[in-house]
Ligand binder design. Structure first.
Ligand SMILES: *Cc1c(COP(=O)(O)O)cnc(C)c1O
Length: 459
């Protein structure tokens, strides 16, 4: 304690080699992938920052949990271990395991939304939006105004605009709002946290209108750490105590355990409403599995139970948030414009600010993703018009996204400080040559979620 350097609170027991490529090889590989980093082979990527989802390293204790996993079809011991942990952290009356977050989303929205309904969220994640829209409902993002200004500093830039929520409910009528959702942390909005005060304020609005409040809990532990660090009255509370308070305001949650569950696969759906739980269980059985395993192996449930406890460890969270901030600081020092302050799981580069000569419909974010790969074998992801825009099938015109970001997501417990130093070095070189970058044209797409498979050509 009291030292300046925050170290990884673990040592490495098992290693996985990464494969080096030359620039000439990468030119060829990227062209073959249609300038879409999703279509590269992972083998050809040196530092993979595509996502923090399911890419983390499990602990020795989690691998031990895998061995302890009970593979009984119904009522497995692993299910009850997970149930105990969920009760302890989240406190909901009912839960269902799912194979990942989007399965929980599909079941929740299919059970609650009708065509014409409106679901407000601080910012919907891409699969969340797609699952809301698949029911014929409308997904509306209402982050606080400052969230749309990448360089503006705010301790809780993930907050929902409470007045906008009131106005939206007044406009469409409370009976058209099946639920309000808060995404913690706000992934698509820069990995920014939500304050406990904001959760309470949103809860109060929901109470006034009799609308359930749901939490998209993917990165709940990281959010709780930010509350501990930044919100008055929480510095002496444990992350677990903060999590328990956070979820006490909610009626249910969806979660991808591939983030703060510290596992490679898995998800959760929870609620307090018994009749809703029953109809959700019926949907789960149709496509996922029996309610005590939900499409997962017993060992997956067991590893998740262990991961959910480990993720709330103070030393882990201190290291996790500090290592993301470290990359943010190195990019800022190199003059790279990023979403400020640095979020929990990723650094978001403001591609619109960095490449003002590339218009949104020529995808500045995608162009930057391509350049990072060519320059250093780094894989990042565009969070801008490729991901959230759409092409009008009649006019061919492009609806652009409010921000053009590139996300460098940091897998949990995977890379060391020198890997991150390397990323900073590559990014600084790309930034120095930014005027030479050119935009891209989309040559093929398949909406929705077109970013996974779209192909591009250089302009
Ligand atoms: C990853 C993610 C999801 C979807 O989870 P999957 O496990 O990828 O299906 C939903 N919401 C947020 C905020 C996410 O980050």
């Amino acid at each position: 304690m009291g030292r300046r350097t925050i170290i990884e609170p673990f040592r490495i027991k098992s290693v996985e080699p990464i494969h080096m490529t030359t620039r000439d090889e990468r030119v060829h590989l990227l062209e073959e992938a249609g300038y879409n980093a999703f279509l590269l082979r992972a083998q050809d990527v040196l530092i993979d920052l595509l996502t923090d989802s399911g890419t983390g390293a499990m602990s020795a204790e989690q691998w031990a949990s895998m061995m302890r996993g009970d593979e009984s079809y119904a009522g497995a011991r692993s299910y009850y271990r997970l149930a105990e942990v969920i009760e302890e952290i989240f406190g909901f009356r009912f839960f269902l395991p799912t194979h990942q977050g989007r399965a929980a989303e599909r079941i929740l929205f299919e059970s609650t939304c009708r065509p014409g309904d409106v679901v407000p969220n601080n910012t919907h994640f891409d699969t969340t939006r797609a699952n809301v829209e698949a029911t014929g409902a409308r997904a509306v993002d209402i982050p606080i105004a400052i969230a749309r200004r990448p360089s503006a500093i705010h301790p809780f830039k993930g907050n929902m605009d409470v007045e906008a929520l009131e106005a939206l409910i007044a406009e469409v009528g409370a009976e058209r709002v099946p639920l309000v959702m808060l995404t913690v942390t706000n992934n698509s909005g820069g990995g920014q946290p939500i304050s406990m005060e904001n959760v309470r304020a949103v809860r109060a609005v929901c109470d006034r209108h009799g609308i359930p409040l749901y939490i998209d809990a993917c990165r709940f532990a990281e959010n709780c750490w930010f509350i501990r660090e930044r919100e008055e009255g929480y510095a002496d509370k444990t992350p677990l105590e903060i999590a328990r308070e956070l979820f006490s305001y909610a009626d249910g949650m969806t979660m991808s355990a591939k983030k703060d569950g510290l596992v490679n696969i898995g998800g959760l759906l929870a609620c307090n409403d018994e009749s809703l739980f029953k109809s959700e269980s019926r949907l789960l059985i149709l496509t996922e599995g029996f309610p005590t395993y939900g499409g997962l192996a017993g060992r997956d449930l067991d590893a998740m139970a262990t991961g959910l406890r480990e993720v709330l460890d103070i030393d882990y969270l201190r290291y996790r948030i500090a290592s993301t901030a470290y990359l943010g600081r190195s990019l800022t020092e190199a003059g790279v414009p990023i979403v400020q302050p640095t979020g929990g799981h990723a650094v978001y580069i403001d591609a619109a600010a960095m490449l003002p000569h590339i218009p949104a419909h020529h995808y500045p974010g995608q162009a930057l993703v391509a350049e990072l790969y060519l320059e250093g074998g780094i894989r990042a992801v565009e969070i801008g018009t490729v991901m959230f825009g759409a092409t009008d099938p009649e006019s061919g015109e492009e609806r652009t996204a409010p921000m053009e970001l590139v996300r460098l997501a940091i897998p949990r417990r995977v890379f060391t400080q020198s890997h991150i130093d390397y990323v900073g070095e590559v990014m600084a070189d790309v930034h120095a040559n930014r005027d030479t970058l050119r935009g891209l044209a989309m040559t093929w797409q398949s909406p929705p979620l077109r970013h996974f498979t779209a192909r591009f050509a250089r302009l």
